[in-house]
Structure formats: structure tokens, C-alpha cells
Ligand binder design. Structure first.
Ligand SMILES: *Cc1c(COP(=O)(O)O)cnc(C)c1O
Length: 428
């Protein structure tokens, strides 16, 4: 089917005109006419996101400005290579977008070098490994049962297939990273790299301690800060940038940008990191996403974002405290971040059952491995609800609703609707 056939479905054919630049941007009515089936999905998803409590710790609501950049015709542009050195013509303007994104990322995180091309957090980690390691090298990372990511040695992932991973864990009593164990494992296995970062660890990571251990055994230190990167941007969590050889991150979690990856490093590793992203692990850069990353980095540099990042943590603390009062067991006894990891079994319900009851009540979250428990727990995050404008009093309410839903209270669905109805993520 030709493009002209598609674009005139349901409309009177018109003579081709030169569209103004703004006509190239989001045209929902046009999509509705052309493809009602997909338009329904797109509109339905906004309604779904607005009609429930979004507590998935890895999710957030991006701004309309970020969405505009994402939906822009920069998506049309092929741009292999880096600004000023592309394999394609016509890159003058997307080069500006990428330079802005790089400069903003460097300034935001105080890094000597930034690569903004990684398509995702996993792609960023792949590039970091590609830059520093060879297949078969030993890597020390948090074990998956304790909160490591798939890219930290899962046998189902390239990392576990191509590298020899050794896992460290958290202390069974405190739930905190056992730095003595990390050190002992590093001395015993002589890893080429140590990875710090987790999908569920709710506490600050002591990057200086990891640096000392890495130096002691001559290992690279890779910080996978996918989760806390937005807190770091807002000054609400310590930064790994002064300590790690390479920092990998996502731009779409607390950082509230488009789905994508980010790498930071010193000038010494800049070229290796860039070549590991392109041409080693990726092809053409996604310029619409890079432009959206630039917008998000710009937003993250504002005082409003600093306040947001601190509110995210304050909200998570309220959630943890109130859930403890409701009888949930809280991993590590609380949180320093946006993340709360809880065990619902003291309420007589396992995590899988709890997740189902919560989903039915309009409370959306993940289950996640609970270190040393042999069972799964519930992983909650406050990034999205904080973007919606919820603060302490609402988070206490969220905890009460969560508890009610896990216990099987059928009224919770309506009460969730009433709460989220007062905090629309996209007003109007
Ligand atoms: C989310 C996450 C990733 C992967 O990000 P994707 O964009 O989903 O590939 C990698 N590492 C950690 C620690 C994460 O939390």
C-alpha cells in the first residue's frame, strides 16, 4: 500500500501541499482517520496509565516536550557515526541535537565524556563490556537472586553466555550489600571488572568502597545506575561518576526521559566507549530519541527537577513506613531511594497472588526476587506518582489502599480511581 493511499483513507483526496513544520508533529485526528485500530490502542493506553496507580519502579511519565521530540521527523534521519563524522549526508541539524544532548549530560553529571546513542540500558551495559572486556573474562556483579540485572550474568542473556560472572550478595540479616564479601570474592576471583548497580536494591551504593576494592584487585569499576540516575541528576543520591570507570544508565526511569541508554566515562575511555556503541554493537543512532534525551537532560538540570528527585525519595520513605505499619516486611527496613522492596507474606499472601489482587484494584507493580527469602517480593517505586504531584499524604493513602487490596478489599478499585483522578499525568 502506498503512503498516499494510507494518508487519504477516510478523507477527501487533496492536492499535495508543502506541510508547514508544525504540521509534521503529532496529528492524532489524522491517525484516528487513517488507522482507528491503532489510534484506539494509543488513546486507550493513556487512559490505562491515568486510571491506575503506576508503581512500577522503572516507569515514569515523560513530559509533553519529551514526547514531542520523540514523535518528531528526526525519526526519519539516518545518522551512523558521531557529530561531525557521519556516514550519511544531511546530518547538520541532528548533529546539533546530539551535541546538545552530550553537553547537557556531561554538565548534569559532571562527566568528562558522554555517549547518548545507546538504544537502551542493556545496550549501554553491552557497550561497556565490549569496551573493557574480552569474551571469557571474569566479572564480579550482584547475583541475580540478590537484585542483579539480566545483563549482570544471567545465563539467558549475552552477559552470562560470554563472560564468567561471579555474584556477590546482600547480608542475610540487614539486606545491605556485604562489602567484605565483595572484597573477598574480588581477591579470590581477580575479575577484570566489577559491576555495581541493581534492579531492586533500595539503599545508596557506596561507590567509594567499590572503587577501593576494584583498585585493590586491578579491576575496572562499572556502575550500572539505570535506576537511581534521575536521583543522581537531582542531587538526591550519591553519584558514581567520580568513582567508576564507566557509568551506564537508562534515561527513562527516575530520569524521566525517553526510553534509552546513556554512558559516561573519563576522557581516557571516551573513544573506546564510543566505538563500542557504534560501530561495534549498534548501527544508526536514533536521532528522535537523542533529541528527546537532550530535552530530558535540560529538564533534569532545573531546580524543579531537584525538588522532584528529593520528593521521590521522601515519598518512598513514607510508603515504606506506612507499609511496615500495615504489616508488610520491608527489605533493609526502609529505603534511601525511589524503590521499596516488600514481602507480603506476613499478610498471609504470596507476592504473585498479591500482584494479581493489586492489578485488579488498579495498583500496578512488579514482583521481584527477595534476597535470601527463596520467594519473590513486591517491588514498588515512587517516580511516576511523584511526577503526578502526589506527596506524603497521598503516599500514606497509597499504602493503605495497597494493604486493602492485598487483603482482598473489593472497594479499593473505586478509591484508587478517586485518588488518581485528582492527579492526572497529562492534564487536559
Ligand atoms: C533497567 C535496567 C537495565 C536495562 O535497561 P533496558 O532499557 O530495559 O535495557 C540495566 N541495568 C539495570 C540495573 C536496570 O535497572
Amino acid at each position: 500500500m502506498s503512503l498516499s493511499t494510507v494518508s487519504t483513507v477516510g478523507t477527501a483526496p487533496t492536492a499535495p501541499t508543502t506541510p508547514t513544520a508544525s504540521a509534521a508533529y503529532t496529528d492524532l485526528d489524522g491517525l484516528r482517520r487513517q488507522d482507528p485500530e491503532l489510534a484506539d490502542v494509543l488513546m486507550g493506553e493513556v487512559a490505562r496509565q491515568s486510571d491506575a496507580l503506576q508503581l512500577i519502579a522503572a516507569e515514569n511519565f515523560t513530559s509533553p516536550a519529551v514526547l514531542t521530540a520523540l514523535g518528531s521527523p528526526l525519526a526519519n534521519k539516518y545518522a551512523e557515526g558521531y557529530p561531525g563524522a557521519r556516514h550519511h549526508g544531511g546530518c547538520e541539524l541532528v548533529d546539533i541535537a546530539e551535541r546538545i544532548a552530550v553537553d547537557r549530560a556531561k554538565a548534569l553529571f559532571g562527566a568528562e565524556h558522554a555517549n547518548v546513542q545507546a538504544h537502551s540500558g542493556s545496550s549501554a551495559v553491552l557497550a561497556a563490556y565490549a569496551a573493557l572486556l574480552r569474551p571469557g573474562d571474569t566479572v564480579l556483579a550482584m547475583g541475580l537472586p540478590d537484585g542483579g540485572h539480566l545483563t549482570h550474568g544471567s545465563p539467558a542473556n549475552f552477559s552470562g553466555r560470554w563472560f564468567d560472572f561471579v555474584g556477590y550478595g546482600v547480608d542475610p540479616e540487614s539486606g545491605l550489600i556485604d562489602y567484605d564479601q565483595v572484597h573477598a570474592l574480588a581477591r579470590a576471583h581477580h575479575p577484570k571488572a566489577i559491576v555495581c548497580g541493581s534492579i531492586s536494591y533500595p539503599r545508596h551504593i557506596d561507590y567509594a568502597a567499590f572503587r577501593e576494592i576494584a583498585d585493590d584487585v586491578g579491576a575496572y569499576l562499572i556502575a550500572d545506575a539505570a535506576h537511581p540516575m534521575g536521583l543522581i541528576a537531582g542531587g538526591a543520591a550519591p553519584s558514581p561518576v567520580p568513582y567508576a570507570d564507566v557509568v551506564c544508565a537508562t534515561t527513562h526511569k527516575v530520569l524521566r526521559g525517553p526510553r534509552g541508554g546513556l554512558l559516561l566515562c573519563g576522557a581516557d575511555l571516551a573513544e573506546r566507549i564510543d566505538r563500542a556503541v557504534f560501530p561495534f554493537t549498534q548501527g544508526g543512532a536514533q536521532m528522535h530519541t537523542i533529541a528527546a534525551k537532550a530535552v530530558a537532560f535540560g529538564e533534569a538540570a532545573t531546580p524543579a527537577f531537584t525538588a522532584y528527585a528529593h520528593q521521590v525519595v521522601a515519598n518512598a520513605r513514607v510508603l515504606a513506613e506506612e507499609l511496615a505499619t500495615e504489616g508488610f516486611a520491608i527489605a533493609t527496613g526502609g529505603t534511601d531511594t525511589h524503590l521499596v522492596l516488600v514481602d507480603p507474606t506476613p499478610l498471609g499472601v504470596d507476592a504473585q497472588t498479591a500482584r494479581g489482587r493489586l492489578a485488579a484494584a488498579g495498583i500496578i507493580l512488579d514482583t521481584c526476587a527477595l534476597p535470601h527469602a527463596g520467594t519473590r517480593g513486591l517491588r514498588l517505586g515512587t517516580a511516576a506518582v511523584t511526577t503526578q504531584g502526589m506527596a506524603g499524604v497521598e503516599l500514606a493513602r497509597v499504602a493503605a489502599l495497597l494493604s486493602g487490596a492485598v487483603r482482598g478489599d473489593a472497594n479499593v478499585r473505586e478509591e484508587v480511581r478517586e485518588l488518581v483522578g485528582r492527579f492526572p499525568p497529562y492534564p487536559g
